[in-house]
Write a protein that binds this ligand. Structure first.
Ligand code: ZN
Ligand code: ZN
Ligand code: FE
Length: 749
C-alpha cells in the first residue's frame, strides 16, 4: 500500500481535470482526493504500488483534450486509513496564477447529442461540456466559476444542476453548461422587424443563406458576416457592402472531405483543421479550381479554410461552404454585442442571427499556415488566447502593447507570458477603446500589477501614446523598444533558444530605427541579452514616407532612381504612375526633401511587384507581396546582388533591380522573374550567414509570412549545415511584437 501526492501545473482548471482524475482513480481502485490549489491541481492517491504507477502514467498521457499539463511533481506520503476517492470543492481564494483556458470547438460527444433527436439538447446551439465550449470569451473575472462568466444570469434547471454536480458526468463543473430549458436562446432579426425564435430562427437563417442573402451571425468571439461561398453574386455583394475590394475571405467548410474539394490537404493540414482550436488554415488552392468561389480569394494561390467550431455553425452549415468574415467594416474591430452589431452591421446584413449569451472579450478567428509539418501562426487569437508562452526565467511584470498593425497585448508574470487576442490595427479611437478594455481585462484576470509598460520606439504610434498615458497614471516606467529588437526577442523566446549566439534575419515593412530611418531588412546578432545590428539592406530614399505604403509604384520609382535606372515608359511601374506625380517625386528625390531613408525588405517586395506589373496600388497590407509569392512556381537561379561594408554589412539590391529590368525587356515570363527574385532574397540571407559564420539563423518579421520564401531560405541554410530557427507559437509579424517587447522590458533578454 503506497500513497502519493501529486501537484499538477498547467492549464488544468476549467478543463474537466478533476472529474477526469476522479474517474481515473476509481478505475485503478485507488482512494484519496483531488482538488484545485493555487499551484494548479493537487491529487493524493493511495493503493497498490502498481496501480498507483499506472495512474501516474495515465494522468499525463490521457489528460482531457483542453488540459495542458506543464509539469507533475510527485512525493511519497504515509498511507492513511481511507475507503473512497473524493473531489474536494474549490477554495474561494482560488489562485490567479493558473492559466485560463482558451475557447474550444464543440467536441465529438456534444456533436452526437446535437444531432440526436432523442437527446434533450437536440439542435440546441449552446451545447457544451467540460471538454468544449467558450471559455476566454465569456470569463469576466477569476476564479473561473459560473458567476464570473456571462452565464451568471442563467439559473440552472434541475437536470443541468444534476449533471453539474455529478463527478461521473462529462458536464461536472462545466461552467457554461446550458440546455433549452434554462440556457441562452437564439433568435433571428430582419429588416421587417419580425423576430423569429429558437429552432425556427436557425431554419429561417439557413433559407436566407440559400437565397444568396448576407447573414450576421453571433459566434463565440464576435459577429461574423456569412454568405453562400458558391454564390458569386452573394460574395460580390458582401465585398461591396463591407468595402473590402479584394482581401481574401475565409471559408467555413463542413469537414476535411469538403476542404479537399478546394485545396490540397495532407495529414498535417487535416490535423490543424480538425484541432480543438479550429483556426482558419491557409492552404494551397487546387490549380484551376475556378468558378465556384473565385471571388473569395482573388489573385492568390492560397485559400483560408476553417471547420465549424460552435454548435450554431454545425446547424447552419449544410452541404455548401460558407464565407465567414469578421462582422465589421474594413479596419474596424469585430462587433461584439447585439446593440453594437445592429448599429454597425445594419447596412451590411440582410438578417441577424442573435443570441443572449454575452461575449465578454471579442476574439477574432486565428489564422495558421503549416510550415515543415507544424503550425505556423499568422494570427494568434481565438482558441489560443490567452494561453501562455513559457519564458526561460522570471523577470519583472510587464504590460506590452505591441506596435501599430495587428496589435496584441502581452502581460508577464513569473516565467509566463500571457498573450491576449488579436486587436487589429491601432489606428483609430475605436481601436484604442478595445485596447483599454483588453488591457484592463488581462491585468485583472491574471491579477498582475505591472512594474513596467513597454511599447514601440516609433514616435507616431497611437499605442505608444496610450502606453505613455498608462505609465503616467500608474506611476511606472515606460520602456520604448526598437521594433526589430522586439521581433528578434519574440523569436528567441518562441523558439526557446538560450545562451547560444543566433544570427537573425528580421524582414518586414516598417519599423522605426534607432537612427530615425525606417528599418525592415535587418540582420542582428543576438547573444545573451545583447542584440547588435550586424547588417541591413542598403538605404533607399522613400519620397513621402508612409504615402508610399499604399502605392507600390512610388517605391518602385524610388528603387529605380537609387539604382540609376531611368524611368522609361516601357516599365509597368512607370506606365502606372501619373506623370504629375512623377514630376513631384523626381524633384523630391533630386533635392532630397521629404524623403525618408529606408532599408525595408517589405518595400523591396512592393517595388518588384509593381516593376513586374503585378500590383501598383494595394488595398490591404502585404497584398503586393502575397500576389508576388503566388507567382513563384519554379526552380530558378539567383539574380546578382552586392554585399559591401563591414560593420554593419550592407546588402545592395541595385544589381538585382538592373537584372530584373533587363529580364523584363527580353520578355522573360513574370513567373520566372518572381521566382528568381525570391531565390535572390534567400541567397542574401545565405550570404550573410556565410560571412558571419553563423551556425543558427533565425527568421522573423512579417515578410516571413511568405512560406515560399521561408522554404527557400531554410533549405539553403540546411544545405550549408546551419540550423534555421522559425516561429512556432506566435506570429512572425507584428502580432508577435508584444511578446518581444515584454521580455526585453522585463529584463529577461
Ligand atoms: Zn463537449
Ligand atoms: Zn438546463
Ligand atoms: Fe514588424
Amino acid at each position: 500500500m503506497v500513497r502519493r501526492r501529486l501537484t499538477v501545473w498547467g492549464v488544468v482548471q476549467g478543463v474537466g481535470f478533476r472529474p477526469f482524475v476522479y474517474q481515473l482513480a476509481v478505475r485503478h481502485g485507488l482512494t484519496g482526493y483531488v482538488g484545485n490549489d493555487s499551484a494548479g491541481v493537487i491529487v493524493e492517491v493511495q493503493g497498490e504500488a502498481e496501480q498507483v504507477e499506472r495512474f501516474v502514467q495515465d494522468l499525463s498521457a490521457h489528460s482531457p483534450p483542453l488540459a495542458r499539463v506543464h509539469r507533475v511533481e510527485s512525493i511519497e506520503r504515509p498511507a492513511i486509513p481511507e475507503t473512497v476517492f473524493t473531489i474536494r470543492p474549490s477554495q474561494t481564494t482560488t489562485d490567479r496564477s493558473s492559466s485560463i483556458p482558451a475557447d474550444i470547438a464543440t467536441c465529438a460527444d456534444c456533436l452526437r447529442e446535437l444531432f440526436d433527436p432523442t437527446d434533450r439538447r437536440y439542435r440546441y446551439p449552446f451545447i457544451n461540456c467540460c471538454h468544449c465550449g467558450p471559455r476566454f470569451t465569456i470569463i469576466r473575472s477569476l476564479p473561473y466559476d459560473r458567476p464570473a462568466t456571462t452565464l451568471a444570469g442563467f439559473a440552472l434547471c434541475a437536470d443541468c444542476e444534476r449533471e453539474y454536480h455529478d463527478p461521473a458526468n462529462r458536464r461536472f463543473h462545466a461552467q457554461p453548461i446550458a440546455c433549452p430549458a434554462c440556457g441562452p436562446k437564439v433568435w433571428l432579426e430582419s429588416d421587417d422587424a419580425t423576430r423569429i425564435e429558437r429552432d425556427d430562427a436557425i431554419r429561417t437563417a439557413v433559407r436566407v443563406l440559400d437565397g444568396g442573402g448576407i447573414l450576421a451571425v453571433k459566434g463565440i468571439g464576435g459577429f461574423h458576416l456569412a454568405c453562400d461561398a458558391t454564390n458569386a453574386c452573394a460574395v460580390a455583394r458582401l465585398r461591396e457592402r463591407k468595402g473590402r475590394m479584394d482581401k481574401p475571405f475565409a471559408v467555413l467548410v463542413k469537414d476535411v472531405d469538403m476542404a479537399k474539394r478546394f485545396a490540397a490537404i495532407n495529414d498535417d493540414h487535416a490535423a490543424v483543421l480538425t484541432g480543438p482550436e479550429r483556426p482558419i488554415v491557409m492552404l494551397e488552392r487546387h490549380p484551376g479550381q475556378g468558378g465556384v468561389i473565385d471571388g473569395v480569394a482573388p489573385d492568390l494561390r492560397t485559400i483560408g479554410l476553417m471547420l465549424p467550431y460552435s454548435p450554431l455553425h454545425h446547424l447552419l452549415l449544410g452541404d455548401r461552404p460558407l464565407v465567414m468574415t469578421s462582422g465589421n467594416r474594413s479596419d474596424e474591430p469585430i462587433a461584439r454585442d447585439n446593440t453594437e452589431a445592429r448599429e454597425r452591421l445594419g447596412e451590411l446584413a440582410d438578417a441577424f442571427l442573435m443570441h443572449d449569451r454575452d461575449i465578454h472579450s471579442a476574439c477574432d478567428d486565428s489564422v495558421i499556415r503549416v510550415f515543415a509539418g507544424r503550425e505556423y501562426p499568422i494570427r494568434r487569437s481565438r482558441g489560443y488566447a490567452p494561453l501562455p508562452v513559457k519564458l526561460p526565467r522570471s523577470g519583472k511584470s510587464v504590460l506590452a502593447v505591441g506596435g501599430e498593425l495587428k496589435a496584441t497585448l502581452c502581460v508577464t508574470s513569473g516565467d509566463r507570458a500571457y498573450l491576449g487576442q488579436h486587436l487589429g490595427d491601432v489606428e483609430s479611437p475605436d481601436t484604442l477603446a478595445a485596447l483599454d478594455r483588453a488591457a484592463e481585462h488581462l491585468l485583472d484576470l491574471f491579477r498582475i500589477a505591472p512594474d513596467r509598460i513597454a511599447c514601440d520606439l516609433h514616435p507616431g504610434y497611437l499605442s505608444a501614446d496610450w502606453a505613455a498615458r498608462f505609465a503616467e497614471r500608474r506611476g511606472i516606467p515606460l520602456v520604448r523598444i526598437q521594433h526589430h529588437h522586439a521581433h528578434v526577442a519574440s523569436l528567441l523566446v518562441d523558439a526557446n533558444v538560450n545562451g547560444t549566439p543566433v544570427l537573425v534575419a528580421c524582414f518586414d515593412g516598417t519599423g522605426y530605427g534607432t537612427d530615425g530611418s525606417i528599418w525592415g531588412g535587418e540582420f542582428f546578432l543576438a547573444d545573451g541579452d545583447r542584440i547588435e545590428r550586424v547588417g541591413h539592406l542598403k538605404y533607399v530614399p522613400l519620397p513621402g514616407g508612409d504615402a508610399a505604403i499604399r502605392r507600390p509604384y512610388r517605391v518602385a520609382l524610388a528603387h529605380l532612381c537609387a539604382a540609376g535606372l531611368p524611368w522609361s515608359d516601357d516599365l509597368p511601374c512607370v506606365a502606372a504612375s501619373p506623370s504629375a506625380e512623377q514630376r513631384v517625386l523626381r524633384q523630391q528625390l533630386q533635392r532630397n526633401v521629404n524623403c525618408v531613408p529606408t532599408s525595408s525588405m517589405g518595400r523591396l517586395f512592393d517595388a518588384v511587384a509593381s516593376l513586374l506589373g503585378v500590383r501598383h496600388v494595394v488595398n490591404f497590407e502585404g497584398q503586393a507581396a502575397m500576389e508576388l509569392e503566388a507567382l513563384v512556381d519554379e526552380v530558378a537561379e539567383s539574380y546578382p546582388f552586392a554585399t559591401t561594408g563591414v560593420d554593419p554589412l550592407v546588402l545592395d539590391p541595385r544589381p538585382l533591380l538592373a537584372a530584373i529590368v533587363a529580364d523584363l525587356r527580353t520578355r522573360v515570363p513574370v513567373r520566372l522573374i518572381a521566382s528568381r527574385f525570391h531565390v535572390t532574397i534567400a541567397e542574401m540571407i545565405r550570404d550573410i550567414a556565410f560571412r558571419l559564420n553563423a551556425p543558427i539563423v533565425g527568421l522573423t518579421g512579417g515578410v516571413f509570412q511568405n512560406v515560399t520564401l521561408l522554404n527557400l531560405v531554410s533549405h539553403r541554410l540546411q544545405a550549408d549545415g546551419r540550423t534555421a530557427l522559425t516561429h512556432r507559437q506566435v506570429p512572425c509579424n507584428d502580432g508577435g511584437l508584444s511578446l518581444g517587447q515584454a521580455v526585453i522590458a522585463g529584463g529577461i533578454r
